[in-house]
Ligand binder design. Structure first.
Ligand code: MV4
Length: 669
């Protein structure tokens, strides 16, 4: 058994690995960048070593620094988690050379699965089903055209050096093939420096079904059943579940055995995932193999009752697999969703900020929350914007969906935009309940999943206003207690006026719309709020210590979480009401702010300029794309905020820019 494991990762996976290590009585070493000095995974480790500045390339991707930390702390093993160095064959070799156990597969297996074409060739040789296609070395356009015709259109042209959906092009008929091939080769050459392509039959409604495999150093290989990860956005998984809905036992055995054959063919050791495309007719085809523990491994743990990190540790320590294939069985159904700091209403742009309010569902027999953050933590652009994974389990899929909806209802985040509402919409969607899944689920149901935020209903707006008024009253009372004259009338915030009840007009901004309400302070200390549509609401209530607003609106008692920070008010209700952010409009503060950056378009995060689409002096219409920034593995297009003229473009393609730097000078018309 290993003695001390250094976890070469951060966030929820680092906390998760250390949780198992502690349970097994193994010492843990965390590594951290300057941005993570106060992070949860550092606090939970027995020892911690700083490995560099915030940027991942200088810290968590710095193999030398990680190995040095292992040597300095006497760690006899390194767990890479996922991402970062987890599929870096050179790092696996370096660990071996340093006499440190790499908790993962041999470097040779990582290399074998790293090249997509080589991987497919080896899978074909091992009898693992591949999508009908052509992976040959002859790249003559005439040959490719002929092979495409044999495959039958529609055909997918894929960059051999590509992956993750990059460099793919669908060709619907023979007439379009030549142009599409030329474009695909140009893109592949530009993106990967290698213009080789492969051809495949295009599956029009595939599901992404992956199989968890495990192999030990004595040659045993098992499958731990499958996961359906079809609900993805831009090749980023959003919802994962186990087992895959609707598979017959024979199919389950067949895809499991195919995955075992794939792992055995490359001499695999440790935890691995073999990804397949499953067609509507139930046929499955090898897509790729991931030589690491996956983000979504908890759903497999929940249906098998196993701890996959414990298996990793034991296998890395030379032990045989703890169970045989016939000992494994599926119990119930599990679903995982990834709670991200991103703004679905802004094209899922990663969100940064501070987690001023963070309330996640409590763990119980049906709910597991894996997280690496705490209330008060800052989320930066340096790393993946994951806040937590919510994993639920129950006896069957519909019961698990109900658990998921409840868990999402109990998820409250204020301080950064999140995808909570988007996840709730998926969990509530009839197509999800019907397991009508394929990789274009989100694309097909976008209108339902991303409705316009719209103007919030009366109770939500009234609650926000009531929260503001009660907060002001509480702040005034606190100030009075601190002042030299607690009973001074200047310390009262009840709008008292001689001979009449006071009234006040408030303006709140919600999703870009300013909502005006008027408030009448009634003699009994309650309020009469008139909403923008003219409806009047009698309101009273109180806010308790944990930000719960107990409101009585027109005699109806209700409860929402209400978080106020200065002029920002967030109302978090149930799925039906969702989360609504309001900003109290302060005309003076807004006038000061708007003068500062009018017409400047600044970089939303550190990144690299990949396109400049305008020239200084050019007149453009509102919404015209001007600059494209690449950051966080995504492209972000900065557009003209209004009709006007571009006055300055200080950066060129290829320039690295920091967060907040002005990228475009712009004069509104
Ligand atoms: C395909 C396909 C349809 N037909 N191959 C996308 C990324 C890479 N893993 C393979 N991908 C696909 N390959 C054939 N012959 C559709 C996809 C695909 C996809 C696959 C799995 C999960 C999400 C996806 C999203 C878009 C396209």
């Amino acid at each position: 058994m290993l003695d001390k494991i250094l976890v070469a990762n951060r966030g929820e996976i680092a906390c998760r690995v250390m949780r198992t290590a502690r349970r097994l009585g193994i010492a843990t070493v965390a590594v951290y960048s300057d941005a993570d000095a106060g992070a949860l995974h550092v606090a939970q480790a027995d020892a911690a070593v700083r490995i560099g500045p915030a940027a991942a390339r200088d810290s968590y991707l710095n193999a030398g620094a990680v190995l040095d930390a292992a040597r300095r702390t006497g760690a006899d093993a390194i767990h890479p988690g996922y991402g970062f160095l987890s599929e870096n064959a050179g790092f696996a070799d370096a660990c071996a050379a340093a006499g440190i156990t790499f908790i993962g597969p041999p470097a040779s297996a990582i290399r074998a699965m790293g090249d997509k074409s080589e991987a497919k060739a080896r899978m074909a040789a091992a009898g693992v089903p591949l999508v009908p296609g052509y992976h040959g070395a002859d790249q003559d356009p005439a040959t490719l055209q002929a092979r495409a015709a044999e495959i039958g259109f529609p055909v997918l042209v894929k960059a051999s050096a590509g992956g993750g959906g990059k460099g793919m092009r669908v060709v619907d008929d023979a007439a379009a093939f030549d142009d599409a091939l030329s474009a695909a080769k140009r893109e592949a050459a530009a993106a990967f420096g290698d213009d080789r392509v492969l051809l495949e039959k295009y599956l029009t409604r595939p599901r992404h079904v992956e199989v968890q495999v495990f192999a030990d150093t004595q040659g045993s290989v098992l499958y731990l059943f499958e996961r359906d990860c079809s609900i993805q956005r831009r090749h980023q998984k959003v919802v994962e579940e186990a087992p895959a809905p609707g598979l017959a036992p024979q199919q389950r055995r067949a895809i499991g055995q195919a995955a075992v054959a794939a792992a055995a063919a490359i001499g695999y050791v440790g935890a691995g995932t073999v990804e397949f495309l499953m067609d509507e007719d139930g046929a499955f085809y090898f897509m790729e193999m991931n030589t690491r523990l996956q983000v979504e491994h908890p759903v497999t743990e929940m249906i098998t009752g196993l701890d996959l990190v414990e298996w990793q540790v034991r296998v890395a320590g030379g032990e045989p697999l703890p169970m045989g294939q016939d000992d494994l069985a599926i119990d119930g159904h599990a679903i995982e969703v990834r709670l991200y700091a991103e703004d679905p209403q802004a094209g899922f742009l990663p969100a940064t900020g501070t987690l001023h309010h963070l309330r996640l569902p409590a763990d119980d027999v049906h709910v597991r929350v894996d997280t690496g953050v705490r209330q008060g933590d800052a989320l930066t652009v340096h790393y993946d914007p994951m806040i937590a994974k919510l994993i639920v389990h129950d006896r069957d899929r519909l019961a698990a969906i109900r658990r998921l909806r409840t868990a999402l209802d109990r998820t409250e985040v204020v301080g950064v935009a999140t995808n909570t509402g988007f996840l709730q919409a998926i969990a509530a969607h009839p197509a999800f309940a019907a397991a009508d899944l394929d990789t274009r689920f989100i694309e097909r149901h976008t209108a339902d999943l991303l409705p316009d935020p719209g103007v919030p209903g009366g109770p939500v707006l009234a609650s926000a206003v009531l929260g503001l008024l009660l907060g002001r009253r509480r702040d005034a009372a606190a100030a009075a207690r601190l002042s030299h004259d607690p009973w001074s009338p200047w310390n009262v915030a009840d709008g008292w006026r001689l001979n009449d009840e006071a009234t006040e007009t408030l303006a709140l901004r919600h999703a870009g719309t300013v909502l005006e309400v008027s408030v009448r302070y009634l003699r009994d200390g309650t309020f009469r709020i008139v909403l923008p549509d003219g409806a009047a609401v009698h309101a009273t209530g109180e806010i308790d210590a944990d930000s719960t607003l107990h409101a009585v609106l027109d005699g109806v008692r209700g409860r929402v979480t209400l978080v106020r920070r200065g002029r920002e008010i967030t109302v978090l209700g149930h799925a039906a009401t969702g989360t609504h952010h309001f900003t109290l409009v302060d005309p003076i503060a807004e006038a000061e702010a708007s003068g500062a950056d009018a017409g400047r378009l600044t970089s939303p995060m550190p990144g690299r300029i990949v396109a400049v689409l305008a020239t200084a002096g050019q007149e453009v219409a509102a919404g015209t794309p001007l600059v494209i920034l690449e950051a966080m593995k995504m492209e972000h297009t900065l557009r003209a905020p209004a009709d006007g003229r571009v006055t300055d473009l200080p950066y060129a393609v290829g320039d690295q820019v920091e967060d907040g730097v002005p990228l475009i000078g712009f004069e509104p018309a």
